[in-house]
Design a protein around this ligand. Structure first.
Ligand code: AMP
Ligand code: MG
Length: 362
């Protein structure tokens, strides 16, 4: 199904006014083995019938995803979790009650029903129940578990609008369901609950502190690519990356982070680069001042602000959406202002580090 181009049909599903006939068509196509992109509260997913091995394999082909990077199974509601896992550990019961439906994915021992390609050879399966009403409607109509990674080409930023999905998937899959902007904008928290201590495989909107409060155990951070078996294969790949090189403005205070962001912009412009910026308003003001002081001529800088202060909610919602127009405008550097690594800032900085491949510009 990857070879010949297909016509991609956009199904409009704004909240409260879903095209139910369109959703039905898309759900039937998914059950029959086709791929359908759909909105969730985190990012858009590229769904396949998780009971259909061929359909699941086509996700890897269309995305260009390495075959050893497993997929998350999406369910319409938490009552369906026992149908896809071998058992639900007591700790998971507490987490399901507290955070599902929502942006938390739990890795548990897999049941026999799921196609083996979903788990990429592991004996576990990652499960999530999205809270997005369109995702829930679509998943209930489909009536099957849906394997879905983010609906981008492998290695590229995750889509947070249907138009981002069309950029990567247009002409390759038959349906994209447009549910508007994603509320969180970063991928789900992934937590392995197969052992005594939960392991945080990917930070997201459900934070380590919230997990500790809910189940009384502090999750361990996965070492990712360090020695030992890779617990979440997705972590060893460069991710979330725009085409431009990403540099990070760092510092101990908001003022220092803004200053370093502006300094990086100045250095990159002086080196002859076209520069995009994603930063708080304070850094944007500093950069505008530089622009005024610059000699006449083109100032090749595009600015996108994420708000006034260290606002991790706004910065997270807008991060991937900022990468798209900056990349499209042809900049060769994107300077991103960092945030303190607490609360949602942990997940934001995880994505920024992956996009920048750990370059801090210092
Ligand atoms: P994506 O859906 O593209 O955001 O990627 C899903 C993430 O969940 C990747 O980081 C995967 O490696 C991780 N994941 C999925 N299934 C498993 C599993 N069974 N065990 C560990 N990690 C998983
Ligand atoms: Mg992804």
């Amino acid at each position: 199904m990857t070879g010949e181009p297909v016509e991609t049909r956009l199904i409009r599903a704004p909240r409260g006014a879903m095209d139910l006939a369109g959703l039905r068509l898309a759900a039937d196509a998914l059950v029959a083995g086709k791929l359908v992109a759909f909105p969730t509260e985190t990012v858009y997913g590229l769904g396949a019938n998780a009971l259909d091995e061929e359909a699941v394999l086509s996700i890897y082909k269309v995305k260009g995803r390495p075959g050893d990077n497993p997929l998350i199974v999406h369910l319409a509601h938490t009552g369906l979790i026992p149908t896809v896992v071998a058992d639900i550990p007591p700790m998971a019961v507490l987490l399901i009650e507290r955070f599902m439906p929502g942006p938390l994915t739990l890795v548990m021992r897999r049941g026999p029903s799921i196609a083996s390609a979903v788990s990429a050879g592991l004996d576990t399966v990652a499960v999530r129940c999205p809270s997005h009403p369109v995702a829930q409607a679509f998943l209930s109509m489909a009536g099957v578990p849906v394997a879905a990674p983010s609906a981008n080409l492998s290695g590229r930023p995750s889509p947070t609008y249907a138009r981002h999905v069309m950029e990567d998937m247009g002409g390759k899959i038959p349906f994209v369901i447009d549910g508007g902007a994603c509320e969180v904008g970063l991928e789900s928290t992934v937590l392995d609950v197969t052992g005594d201590v939960p392991v945080l495989l990917r930070p997201g909107a459900v934070t380590a502190d919230q997990i500790r409060e809910a189940c009384g155990v502090t999750p361990r951070r996965s070492s990712g690519t360090a020695q030992g078996p890779v617990r979440s294969p997705g972590m060893k790949y460069r991710h979330y990356a725009p085409r431009a090189t990403v540099l990070v403005g760092v510092g101990r205070s908001l003022a220092a982070r803004a200053r370093h962001t502006a300094e990086l912009v100045q250095e990159e412009v002086a080196a002859g680069h076209r520069v995009g910026v994603f930063a708080a308003a304070r850094a944007i003001l500093l950069i505008r001042e530089m622009q005024k002081a610059a000699p006449d001529g083109e100032w090749p800088v595009r600015l996108i602000s994420y708000g006034e202060l260290d606002d991790s909610v706004q910065a997270s919602v807008r991060l991937f959406d900022a990468f798209h127009p900056l990349d499209a405008s042809g900049v060769d550097r994107i300077v991103v202002q960092s945030l303190p690594e607490k609360g949602l800032g942990v997940a934001y900085m995880n994505r920024v580090h992956k996009a920048s491949a750990h370059k801090t510009g210092e």
